[in-house]
Design a protein around this ligand. Sequence first.
Ligand code: RTP
Ligand code: MG
Length: 148
Amino acid sequence: MEQTFLMVKPDGVQRGLVGEVVKRFEQKGFQLVGAKLMHISSQLAQQHYAEHRERPFFGELVEFITAGPVFAMVWQGENVIATARQMMGATNPADAAPGTIRGDYGVQVAMNIIHGSDSPESAEREIGLFFSEEEKVAYEKTIDQWIY
Ligand code: RTP
Ligand code: MG
């Protein structure tokens, strides 16, 4: 089953939006596989955002994502990578539709509440960066037969 890496960023944790974010993915019907509250080191931040290394905002991005704890998660389900991106909304909350997480709770692009993997390759890489095998919990959700 497809898996993705989602993370409530420091602004979302500070604003008490962890429960709201978790609730949306739970109620959608996806399965939580792993979760932890953690501080991101500067080294991990640079690895995680390596694709943006040359961008002018890279320094600010690393500074922001390491400024406070994040809530890192692995979620599983059919088409979860693309669907999670839709549920998050556009990168800039100003462009994000109402009903999306960024559209409902964000204002500025630098503080857009949530990160989500943008492709199967990113998901595999990011899950591997943040979670060990032991931190991912395999279990049967018998209710799935009523959701899918
Ligand atoms: P993310 O990686 O955080 O899930 O966001 P994304 O895919 O929607 O956007 P991406 O292009 O990967 O950008 C990563 C993060 O960099 C910040 N950003 N700041 N100051 C700026 O112009 C700017 N542009 C992007 C955003 O916080 C974005 O989520
Ligand atoms: Mg991205």
